[in-house]
Design a protein around this ligand. Sequence first.
Ligand code: DC
Length: 227
Amino acid sequence: MQKKIRIAIDGPAASGKSTTARLLSKKLGYLYIDTGAMYRAATLAVLRAGIDVNDEQAVERCVRENKITLRIKNGEQRTYLNDEDVSDLIRTPEINNVISIISSYPKVRQILIEQQRALAKEGGIVMDGRDIGTVVLPDAELKVFLVAGLEERARRRQKDLEKQGIHLSLEEIKEEIARRDKLDSERDMSPLRKAPDARELDTTNLTVEQQVEIIYNWAQEILKARE
Ligand code: DC
């Protein structure tokens, strides 16, 4: 039997990683692992506990004490904080505002990275994030780095937020995305960076279907070469 591979998809905020990774995993019959959702759930736990996000030790303790899991419900991946489904609560501007601080703490990353590696152990996964190809799964069989122009990324994010009833101007969204990219790229531990052996894909002028198709074909090439 053909061995299932591991696909790492990294890239800046709103570059289309989650949509692409989710659809690609369905097409391949693989499991989708959204690592951003894990950092988001950790951030929600910290905010709910009323902890000062600059208090690194208190944040670490909080993340260690809360159980963050990804589970499949009705064929869709959902994010749980302890036993509560928080999937819809973790995509808010309040979380976006502080998540880069929380995800810059080495011990917080260590806790979540261990869980991510355990989830990927058997292969047959598409994992998206910032450091998947560089740190979490440096030996993934296929690594993709998605990029897209800031203007286009802001437009996509605005559409997603509108669906949740959150109305922000394009300018506000552009600022938030650019700020988060800067913080995510400049942190010391596993910054947002393209792995040297990652294939870069610029999605500015691609439809979601096109970007999924391109990565799917790359995956097929790798699977064929391994037969
Ligand atoms: O992919 P996303 O926008 O849901 O990610 C939210 C934040 O989580 C992102 O700004 C940085 C952090 N993150 C990270 O540091 N490492 C990952 N592998 C995934 C996300």
